[in-house]
Design a binder for this molecule. Structure first.
Ligand code: FES
Length: 109
């Protein structure tokens, strides 16, 4: 049965005041946050910046974002129906664009 996930996604390039876009994404039980972000890029907004590489193996860690304030992998976190999920780039890092944060170590690290 098709369900609808409601995602509130951080946008922009490090603005002081966070800006979010909201998307309603149809999904099948078992689909992940990364599946929804890829759906958004194809069907709603091709400009959405995300980062991932291994897709569903929990290995590359490049899809790490904040999901409802908790750090997690977009590719393994399951979508839920009828509740809004808020997605932010990794906390404590510089937002480069949308859900992509600067993950290279800075000079001071
Ligand atoms: S895409 Fe590699 S861990 Fe999520």
């Amino acid at each position: 049965m098709m369900r609808i996930a409601r995602l509130k996604v951080r946008r922009g390039e490090g603005e002081a005041v966070p800006r979010y876009d909201e998307f309603a994404v149809p999904f099948e039980e078992g689909a992940t946050v990364l599946d929804a972000l890829l759906w958004i890029r194809v069907h709603a907004d091709p400009t959405l910046a995300i980062r991932y590489s291994c897709i569903n193996a929990n290995v590359c860690k490049t899809c790490t974002i904040a999901i409802d304030g908790k750090v997690g992998y977009a590719c393994t976190t399951r979508l839920v129906a009828d509740r809004q999920m808020t997605l932010d780039p990794l906390p404590g890092k510089v937002q480069l664009r949308d859900l992509v944060a600067e993950t290279r170590p800075s000079q001071s690290d």
